[in-house]
Design a binder for this molecule. Structure first.
Ligand SMILES: CCCCCCC/C=C/C(=O)SCCNC(=O)CCNC(=O)[C@H](O)C(C)(C)COP(=O)(O)OP(=O)(O)OC[C@H]1O[C@@H](n2cnc3c(N)ncnc32)[C@H](O)[C@@H]1OP(=O)(O)O
Ligand SMILES: NC(=O)C1=CN([C@@H]2O[C@H](COP(=O)(O)OP(=O)(O)OC[C@H]3O[C@@H](n4cnc5c(N)ncnc54)[C@H](OP(=O)(O)O)[C@@H]3O)[C@@H](O)[C@H]2O)C=CC1
Length: 315
């Protein structure tokens, strides 16, 4: 069986050349992985980019890579949990190129941990980054667009466990469910002002920048592809193409929608699922000891149990 065909090569574009000429696109987490891939597709179509995240070295390297595609690129160090810093990033963007017309909320945090072992700080690190950070960025974008009286487009990168739940990722799944709700709420609140708000969900799209925690569950050379209806994983550029379409003039009547780019993986269901294995067992953890110790998966280490990836892939 061939599965879903591979996409066109990297560098191909579906939209007319210059679709984003004169548009400033702000991508959070644009220095790595899927954020960088999305930023690259906007750059190919003429956008000026602002990429924002915490790690200056990674941002600098990505800035140089993205600038080689032709457009102008600014890197802004920012923890999206910090509302003041978020406002400063928009000031810097405006000063450099003008008010961003497109905001891609891609930055997020995630790591596997059984809920009963999760510390309040671990919960907050993920929820504050993924949900509150997305809100703070979006609020700043909305305020400035309302004040200026100009339309704009927001794309929130989500995950399908917003619908399904994500055993082993209680914080990440709850945060992405909140993001999906924000999309649906703000599309209505801000439609009258010409601001589109959409969600965009990647399927399993492995890349070199993934944290060890996540990568451990996504081995493209392993059984992962064979477990997807598409018989392959997604390629980061496939997310980039979808993002450039959603924010383009050809998608002006699409808002409040979340588009899933995952080869129907999240809809794969049988009447009877695989035998139940608890998250603790999947992560190779001893029985819960009442909270006396709260083990943490070392981030740099190999996956806890390569033969039993967490759950039925909650992407
Ligand atoms: C089945 C396959 C899985 C599919 C997943 C599909 C969805 C995919 C989503 C993503 O890929 S989202 C992007 C993932 N990338 C990142 O998360 C990159 C950024 N992440 C980080 O920088 C860290 O992971 C971080 C922890 C989120 C950083 O935040 P911060 O610097 O604020 O945190 P810390 O101060 O280091 O820690 C806060 C708190 O959290 C506890 N903690 C951190 N890591 C772990 C861990 N691996 N396991 C358990 N707990 C962890 C840490 O101990 C602190 O706790 P307290 O000391 O406050 O109790
Ligand atoms: N890859 C996949 O298969 C899937 C990914 N997703 C979603 O796609 C998006 C991108 O994921 P992916 O590229 O794989 O992950 P990465 O780990 O490569 O990217 C996460 C990015 O977020 C940035 N970031 C994290 N915390 C903060 C913060 N507090 N403030 C600012 N920036 C921050 C990181 O940069 P820095 O460290 O410099 O701050 C990094 O660039 C996420 O929303 C993720 O949930 C969803 C489903 C599947």
């Amino acid at each position: 069986m061939p599965g879903l065909p591979p996409p066109p090569p990297l560098g191909a574009t579906a939209l007319p050349p210059g679709t984003y000429d004169g548009t400033v696109v702000l991508v959070t987490g644009g220095g790595t992985g899927l954020g960088k891939a999305v930023a690259a597709e906007f750059a190919r179509l003429g956008a000026d980019l602002v990429i924002a995240s915490r790690n200056e070295d990674r941002l600098r390297a990505a800035r140089d890579e993205l600038a080689a595609l032709g457009g102008r690129v600014t890197a802004a160090v920012c923890d999206i949990r910090d509302a003041d810093r978020v406002a400063e990033v928009f000031d810097a963007a405006r000063e450099a190129y003008g008010l961003p017309g497109v905001l891609v909320n891609n930055a997020a945090a995630n790591f596997p941990v059984p809920a009963e072992d999760m510390s309040p700080g671990a919960w907050r690190a993920v929820v504050d980054t993924t949900l509150t950070g997305t809100f703070l960025m979006t609020r700043e974008f909305g305020r400035r667009h309302l004040a200026a009286g100009v339309p704009g487009s927001v794309i929130d990168i989500g995950a399908s466990y917003a619908w399904t739940g994500g055993p082993g990722f209680a914080h990440g799944a709850a945060a992405k469910a909140g993001v999906k709700s924000l999309v649906e709420t703000l599309a209505v609140e801000w439609g009258p002002y010409g601001i589109q708000v959409n969600g965009l969900v990647p399927g399993l799209m492995p890349h070199d920048d993934m944290t060890a925690d996540i990568r451990g569950n996504l081995d493209p050379a392993g059984p992962l592809a064979a477990r997807q209806p598409a018989l392959r994983v997604g390629l980061p550029r496939e997310l980039g193409w979808a993002a450039t379409f959603l924010a383009s003039p050809y998608a002006r009547f699409i808002t409040g929608h979340t588009l899933v780019v995952d080869g129907a993986n999240w809809q794969r269901r049988g009447l009877v699922g695989a035998p139940v294995v608890t998250v603790r067992e999947q992560m190779g953890r001893a029985a819960f000891d009442g909270g006396a110790t709260s083990p943490r998966t070392p981030r740099a280490d190999p996956p806890p149990s390569p033969r039993t990836p967490l759950g039925s892939p909650p992407t």
